[in-house]
Write a protein that binds this ligand. Structure first.
Ligand code: DX5
Ligand code: ZN
Length: 219
C-alpha cells in the first residue's frame, strides 16, 4: 500500500457526523477514536455509534480503542462493522490472542503504542498484526502538539517491519499536519491519522489532498 490518509472524526461535528464524513470521501479510511475515561481521561463513543456510522458511509472504519480491557471489548467493534480495530498494547492482557481473534472475525488487527512504550519488546509480535500505530501525542485529546521525540521510534518500527517482511501498515496519530507529516513519512510511516488538520479546515477534502501530497513528496 502507498500513502493512506485517515481523518479522525474526533474533530468532526458529533451532531452531524454523516454530513462531515461525507466531506472527506477522498480519504482512504475514517479513524474512529473510542475512549472510555479510564485508559485515557476522556470519553467519546462506543459500538452503537460505530454501527450507525457504518450505515451512514461507504468508507471503511478504523477504530482506535483507547480503552481498558480491550481483550473483552474489541471484538464488539468488529461486530459493529469496523474493518480495522486497533487496541493499545499497554491495556491488553493477551495481545497475540486478541489480534488473532480480530483477524479470525475478518477485521484488520492493529496494535498501538503510547509515546513512552518502546517497540522493540514487540518485534516478534509484528507478523500477527495488520497495522502498528505509533502515537505521536499522549492519547486522549485532539489538537495536541506533535511529539518529535517519537520520530526515532517510527524509524526503528519501520526497520523492524521491513525485517519481518509482510505488509504491516505503520500508522501515526496525533499532531499530524501539513508541517509534521513529512517528517513522519521520511521516518517510514505510511498511514496518517489527522483530526484537527482535516476537520478544523474550511475545506476538509482539500486538507486531505494536501496531506497526501506532502507525505507522498517526502517518501
Ligand atoms: C488522540 C486521538 C487522535 C486525535 C488526533 O488521542 O487518538 O486520533 O483525533 O487529533 P489531531 O490530529 O488533532 O492531533
Ligand atoms: Zn486515534
Amino acid at each position: 500500500m502507498g500513502i493512506q490518509i485517515f481523518p479522525s472524526i474526533l474533530s468532526a461535528d458529533f451532531a452531524g457526523l454523516a454530513t462531515d464524513v461525507d466531506r472527506v470521501r477522498n480519504a482512504d479510511w475514517l479513524h474512529v477514536d473510542v475512549m472510555d475515561n479510564h485508559f485515557v481521561p476522556n470519553l467519546t463513543l462506543g459500538a452503537p455509534v460505530v454501527e450507525a456510522l457504518g450505515k451512514a458511509t461507504p468508507m471503511p472504519l478504523d477504530c482506535h480503542l483507547m480503552i481498558d480491557d480491550p481483550d473483552r471489548w474489541a471484538p464488539a467493534y468488529v461486530d459493529a462493522g469496523a474493518q480495522a480495530v486497533t487496541f493499545h498494547v499497554e491495556a491488553a492482557t493477551a495481545p497475540v490472542r486478541l489480534a488473532r481473534e480480530l483477524r479470525s472475525m475478518g477485521a484488520r488487527a492493529g496494535m498501538a503504542l503510547r509515546p513512552a512504550t518502546p517497540v522493540e519488546p514487540y518485534a516478534d509480535l509484528l507478523p500477527e498484526l495488520d497495522m502498528l500505530l505509533v502515537m505521536t501525542v499522549e492519547p486522549g485529546f485532539g489538537g495536541q502538539e506533535f511529539l518529535d521525540v517519537c520520530l526515532p521510534k517510527i524509524r526503528r518500527a519501520r526497520e523492524l517491519l521491513d525485517k519481518h517482511g509482510g505488509d504491516v501498515w505503520l500508522q501515526v496519530d496525533g499532531g499530524i499536519t501539513t508541517e509534521t507529516i513529512e517528517r513522519c513519512a521520511e521516518a517510514g510511516a505510511d498511514a496518517f491519522v489527522a483530526g484537527s488538520a482535516v476537520f478544523g479546515s474550511d475545506d476538509p477534502a482539500a486538507a486531505v489532498d494536501e496531506l497526501r501530497k506532502r507525505a507522498t513528496a517526502a517518501l
